[in-house]
Design a protein around this ligand. Structure first.
Ligand SMILES: NC(=O)c1ccc[n+]([C@@H]2O[C@H](COP(=O)([O-])OP(=O)(O)OC[C@H]3O[C@@H](n4cnc5c(N)ncnc54)[C@H](O)[C@@H]3O)[C@@H](O)[C@H]2O)c1
Length: 346
């Protein structure tokens, strides 16, 4: 039976570490259109723990053995960027749809290769930028897209984002670059969120400070293709993960996101100088859907069942825009470091 004639998708889960155990496995287990047939992790205990969460789920001896099975339609990968790239290529060559945690690759060149491989076979791809799939991010987007009412938001003109994480400190994934490690761990999440809200970025500027124990503080400025401007402050120096963002329009409206639990719009509705509109997440409802994890996997699954790569975002094609911004930041900060900055002293 072809995948399009079924009402569920058969998945191999590869990489059963912390993120899988905490977020992906509960999300996969909670979707009745998902059937996880097999798992693989080089750590046998991690693989066995993962397999126990699914009914009739095998543990394969290697990743290639999992991908070579004839009873799977798609793969979910959560390991390292090097593993993501190699196994995505192998999976796409076998005609499997691919969901991969961020970062999908180390370099843009590798990502382009994945884009070509997926395009040749019309396969669905998705990068796990869960932030854009959170309920709060959707609420924020609804405000800026609401052009139907007399108090419509207008054209987004500026965005700011603060993204505070507690790791990585120093090098990760053997990249031999704390900056690249940070960009591929966190800046990519924040930039995908900003692109989701305002569209592609055309110009970049950036500055960097180093903190204790290898932490990083990145201040970046963006000009979007829409001519809007943006700033990002991203750090790995926080005690715990926290984000906030705001978007300002050309019609004197503002929408603010605080953590992932509150969105407030100002300048909307009656008496806009005094009143705003607030969305807050329901008390006791902080689950895998609100955090975007089950939403991104469900979107991927439905797109794969429909055989429609355009129904799933961010795809590998979408992710190119993120790598372009990351690479521009890196070019500004490494080597000829002050190239993009303007002298403050005259
Ligand atoms: N979207 C998010 O919110 C979010 C949060 C945390 C981590 N992540 C991403 O998820 C991925 C995994 O992160 P983590 O925190 O779970 O790391 P982790 O180190 O806890 O888990 C990685 C797992 O991959 C396994 N692995 C190593 N080599 C492998 C191979 N060749 N084949 C298969 N599995 C292999 C390891 O044994 C380990 O179990 C990373 O890419 C990370 O950036 C995303």
């Amino acid at each position: 039976m072809s995948i399009h004639d079924r009402d569920g998708i058969r998945i191999a889960l590869i990489g059963c570490g912390e993120h899988s155990a905490e977020n992906l496995i509960p999300s996969l287990a909670g979707l009745n259109i998902v059937d996880v047939r097999t798992v693989y992790d080089p750590d046998p205990a991690a693989a066995a723990n993962a397999a126990r969460r699914f009914r009739d789920c095998d543990v394969d001896p290697t990743a290639s053995a999992a991908l070579a099975r004839n009873d799977i339609d798609a793969v979910v990968l959560a390991a390292t960027p090097q593993v993501h790239y190699e196994l995505s290529l192998e999976a796409l060559a076998r005609g499997l749809h691919v969901f991969v945690e961020k970062p999908p690759t180390v370099t843009r060149q590798q990502l382009e290769r994945l884009v070509r491989a997926a395009g040749e076979r019309n396969l669905v791809t998705c990068v796990g930028h869960n932030l854009r799939h959170t309920t709060a991010a959707h609420q924020m987007r609804c405000v800026i897209e609401d052009n139907a009412t007399s108090s419509s938001f207008g054209k987004p003109t500026a965005i700011e984002m603060r993204y505070h994480a507690s790791k990585p400190l120093g090098d990760r994934w053997g990249l031999n670059s704390p900056l690249r490690s940070f960009l591929l761990s966190h800046a990519n999440h924040a930039i995908d969120f900003m692109i989701y809200q305002l569209g592609p970025i055309s110009r970049v500027n950036a500055a960097l400070a180093s903190g204790g124990k290898g932490g990083i503080a990145l201040a970046a400025q963006f000009v979007f293709e829409s001519a809007a401007v943006g700033t990002l402050l991203a750090t790995s120096l926080a005690p715990h993960f926290a984000i906030s963002s705001s978007i300002v329009s050309d019609q004197a409206k503002i929408v603010k996101l605080e953590s992932l639990s509150e969105v407030v719009a100002f300048g909307i509705g009656q008496d806009p100088k005094r009143w705003g509109r607030q969305w807050i997440s329901k008390t006791l409802l902080t689950g895998f859907a609100e955090a975007g994890y089950s939403v991104e996997i469900e979107q991927f699954t439905l797109a794969a069942l429909a055989g429609d790569p355009r129904a799933c975002h961010p795809s590998f094609v979408d992710e190119i825009a993120v790598y372009d911004a990351l690479d521009a930041i890196e070019r500004l900060l490494v080597g000829d470091s002050a190239r993009g900055m303007v002298e403050a002293r005259g």
